[in-house]
Design a protein around this ligand. Sequence first.
Ligand code: DAH
Length: 339
Amino acid sequence: MNVQELMAVQTQALAEVADAGAPAELEAVRVRYLGRKGQLQTIMESLKSALPADRPALGRAVNELKQSLTAALEARKAVLDAAADAGKTSAWDATLPGSWRRVGSIHPVSQVIAEAIRIFARLGFTVADGPDIEDEYHNFDALNTPAHHPSRDTQDTFWLEGRRLLRTQTSPVQIRVMESQPPPVRIIAPGRCYRRDTADATHGANFHQIEGLYVDRTVSMADLKGDITYFAREMMGADINVRFRPHFFPFTEPSVEYDFSCHVCHGTGCRVCKQSGWIEISGCGMVNPKVFRRVGYDPETVTGYAFGMGVERIAMIKYGIEDIRLLYDNDARWLEALA
Ligand code: DAH
């Protein structure tokens, strides 16, 4: 046995330590080298027959082998023990509370918009879009609502610089669509609207509307009533009735407001409909010829109907929500309960 051979044994032993993947394997390596009948013992025996001059160097090499092997065995044992402990905590433990991921749900306002898009798609309507930041022309003037027109007062406006504004209604999308294409038109335009309203149970400064516009050669009030009624029954239930009350909007003539019969009490009167049996949705009417002229459509050859609807209003009655502010509190528990 010479020093080179001892170093080769050391290299081999350390490699076996490093390879040991479990405590039992490591123990086998220890026994093989350091055990009573281990390789080191054999080497010690053989030292007795070495030349006296070689003994000190061989003795140092054997000691070094023993020390480095012992240290490596300890270090490897610590690693394997730690891994075994970690394994224990991630093992299946029936007493641990389950770890569960919260599942999101679609917001009621988004659900109503998505459902409205599906319903009107069956009537041939496509979806149009317009900017939230509008100009005065599209939000008011082109809709036959000039400055100082009394109906501007009911839509208290967030004005921006340069006579721009946050749209108070989705009606300006009507103008933008007609400006961009010739008739016929059959679109709905869902989107956000803004008004300087003080928040209460039924008002917010930020809400959603769905605008509708149908222009063709022979569109009539009968089409309007039929389509709104179809929508009401698809959205709220087959037994819903719709009533139309004369009203005024600058961009439609004639104009009406429309109500759905209360889907909770079916018209007999309850808390949801404030005992009236009806729930007000929004306004609609036949497109005013003045609006057609603004966008270059000929009111002698085309007619059209337009409608608006308040999305939060429909969501509130559909899901029985009593305060509009709940829709925007972002309380996940409340939204989950609706899902
Ligand atoms: N833009 C109106 C509002 O916000 C609602 C409306 C009424 C829209 C009549 C229409 C319409 O398209 O024809 O109060």
